[in-house]
Design a protein around this ligand. Structure first.
Ligand SMILES: [Fe+2]
Ligand SMILES: [Fe+2]
Length: 271
């Protein structure tokens, strides 16, 4: 089968090419091509291209509601480790689509070029994260699609598809920030299990994800400023409205502060 082609007529059209690509390896390859084409000027305009309601996905993994997901085995056991790497690969593939969606869906807004530079960087890094994890799964005699995946991330995208400020409040500043809270424990468990290659991949992802939360916060502040609303109270209101479930401590204050997110956002003084 021919590899799918990137539509280079505009950045939005290229982002839609990635969203509409079903094969996971091709999707992450297109994500890299998008970043190269934007950085070297082969794509020069943002343009307008409507984002699909849902991205195309491979036939496997089957997508389940988060509550239907089977329990992963113990973190240190080989099967538990493979299930963890699979779950992370699934998150990264979703993250490629989420970064493309935040480019295409809101392209009618008058956003500065720096906004697109930032999200193209995220597209490229999420594509790399997926490909590193997919390769690691193959080294462990598994593959992406070997386990079910959950659809929670795309549900968050649909819940915030109407408003960029809501999208920024939930995807980078709740979901990706949650990744910063839980990744150090995963890294420790992988190291204890002696799986150094997986440890190194997660360390790379962790550092990049601090940058993604920082980018999310930067543009959250930008839109708050445009709308003349107070960031902290606005974020808390949007989380209450659009995020099902509670924010789960313990929080990784150090990583969140490196990303520039103030402690007071998520640990407000009791009323
Ligand atoms: Fe990532
Ligand atoms: Fe990310």
């Amino acid at each position: 089968m021919n590899a799918p082609k990137l539509d280079c007529s505009s950045l939005s059209a290229a982002a839609v090419s990635v969203l509409e690509c079903a094969d996971a390896d091709d999707k992450s390859a297109l994500a890299q091509q998008l970043a190269e084409a934007w950085c070297d000027g082969a794509i020069s305009i943002v343009g307008l291209a409507p984002a699909p309601d849902r991205p195309a996905r491979p036939a496997r993994p089957a997508l389940l509601a988060p509550r239907e997901m089977p329990k992963r085995g113990k973190a240190g056991s080989p099967t538990g480790r493979i299930a963890l790497l699979h779950a992370l690969a699934h998150i990264e593939l979703n993250a490629v689509d989420l970064a493309c969606d935040i480019i295409a869906r809101f392209s009618a807004l008058d956003l500065p070029r720096h906004y697109y530079d930032d999200w193209v960087k995220v597209v490229s890094e999420e594509g790399l994260h997926f490909s590193l994890l997919a390769k690691r799964l193959r080294e462990l005699n598994s593959f992406y699609g070997d386990f079910p995946g959950h659809d929670g991330l795309w549900e968050a995208a649909q819940e915030t598809a109407h408003d960029l400020l809501a999208r920024l409040a939930i995807v980078p500043l709740v979901l990706e920030a949650r990744g910063l809270d839980v990744t150090p424990t995963m890294i420790n468990n992988l190291r204890k299990a002696g799986d150094i290659p997986s440890t190194e991949i997660l360390e790379r992802i962790y550092n990049d994800e601090i940058g993604h939360v920082a980018i999310g916060h930067r543009w959250f502040l930008h839109i708050c400023d445009e709308r003349d609303v107070a960031p902290e109270a606005t974020w808390q209101g949007l989380v209450k409205k659009h995020f099902k479930g509670a924010l789960k401590p313990p929080f990784n204050d150090e990583a969140r502060q490196l990303a520039g997110v103030p402690l007071s956002y998520y640990t407000p003084e009791p009323e």
